[in-house]
Design a binder for this molecule. Structure first.
Ligand SMILES: NC(=O)c1ccc[n+]([C@@H]2O[C@H](COP(=O)([O-])OP(=O)(O)OC[C@H]3O[C@@H](n4cnc5c(N)ncnc54)[C@H](OP(=O)(O)O)[C@@H]3O)[C@@H](O)[C@H]2O)c1
Length: 320
């Protein structure tokens, strides 16, 4: 059976994964029943063997079928990385993979998964655990902006949709993949957030009252930053750098164009900001960047009690 096979893979890796593995193992053990997923995700093309990846940076960029994620994936491919390309659109995903594999020196494989379903997020995590021994860089970039939408939408699990796609999926995926992230200052976790940030109302985190698309986006983006700060402190002794950023304001991407808003900056500007967190010698850890500069996030991100409430809520929602 695939499930038992993939879980023994995960366990074998946890054994050799040191402190990060232990932290994640403790978390995963608690969620083992929930980790059972539906249909298996298979990459296109097949992931390279561990030998073929020796000496190469392995990078997972969620939402790399378009916009910022695509630009970051292509740039890292040009620098020789193996890029795990992800999104829902197979057509656009394969295009990115072919561009990277066709021009080298990097390589790529595409994994399709809808992050609006926790079952699919788990399946994505299981597929990466099955196919890779190491993920040096994890960029949680996939996102939606339900700008101007006043009708509240929910995920497959019944959670408010922006919270589910922009934040909760990255929370679960990151927790699942921690055993693969080497404990090294070269290892990076980057959460692509935004300057749009609204505090979470813990009496109504799914925004059942007073919903707006803008509020749901801004709440989910602050949740990403709160998770970033929490995770950075949890991983401090491992060396792994965990940061969040606002890449650039109103970049010329599908997200902005489909909102009917005039772009103000280029994708390249946002790409450089993300790359600096991935490639610079030491961007620090537990920081929020606005572009390439460390900045101050919404006050709730510095409230340890609020972060603890978010952590407890998130673990409950993902079945931890
Ligand atoms: N654009 C801006 O000015 C701006 C400013 C601040 C922050 N950001 C942040 O930057 C990130 C990238 O945004 P972008 O402007 O590049 O947007 P984009 O061009 O619309 O790209 C969004 C990406 O996310 C993926 N995605 C969306 N919903 C998904 C789902 N349910 N499951 C799986 N993948 C999903 C899309 O893949 P598929 O289409 O294949 O599903 C696509 O690859 C987002 O987190 C956004 O909040 C953007």
């Amino acid at each position: 059976m695939w499930h038992s096979r993939s879980r023994s893979y995960g366990r074998a890796r946890l054994r050799g994964a040191g402190r990060v593995g232990l932290l994640a193992a403790a978390w995963l053990v608690g969620t083992e029943p929930a980790a059972l997923t539906g249909q298996e995700i298979v990459s296109e093309p097949a992931a390279p063997s561990p030998g073929a990846l020796a000496g190469r940076q392995v990078v997972l960029v969620t939402g790399s079928t378009s916009g910022l994620g695509r630009a970051v994936a292509l740039a890292l491919g040009e620098r020789g990385a193996h890029v795990i390309v992800h999104g829902r659109s197979r057509e656009r995903g394969i295009e990115v993979v072919e561009e990277i594999n066709g021009s080298g020196p990097g390589s790529a494989a595409f994994y399709a998964a809808d992050l609006a379903s926790l079952d699919r997020v788990r399946a994505l995590g299981e597929a990466v655990l099955r196919d890779y021994e190491r993920v040096d860089v994890l960029i949680n970039n996939a996102g939606i902006w339900l700008s101007g939408e006043d009708a509240r939408r929910t995920s497959a699990d019944g959670h408010e949709l922006s919270f589910a796609v922009n934040y909760l999926s990255g929370f679960l995926l990151t927790r699942m993949l921690l055993p693969l992230v080497p404990g090294s200052p070269r290892s990076r976790i980057v959460n692509v957030s935004s300057v749009a940030q609204t505090p979470i109302d813990f009496d109504d985190p799914m925004i059942e009252r007073g919903y707006s698309g803008g509020r749901s986006y801004a709440q989910s983006k602050l949740a990403q930053i709160m998770f970033t700060f929490d995770l950075a402190s949890e991983l401090e002794s491992t060396g792994i750098r965990v940061n969040a950023l606002h890449p650039a304001t109103l970049m010329d991407t599908e997200m902005v164009r489909s909102a009917g808003v005039s772009p103000r900056t280029s994708v390249e500007e946002g790409r450089e900001a993300v790359l600096s967190l991935v490639l610079s010698e030491d961007p620090g850890t537990g920081l929020y960047y606005n572009g390439t500069r460390a900045a101050r996030a919404n006050a709730q991100a510095y409230d340890e009690e609020a972060r603890a409430r978010l952590r407890v809520l998130s673990e409950r929602l993902v079945g931890g």
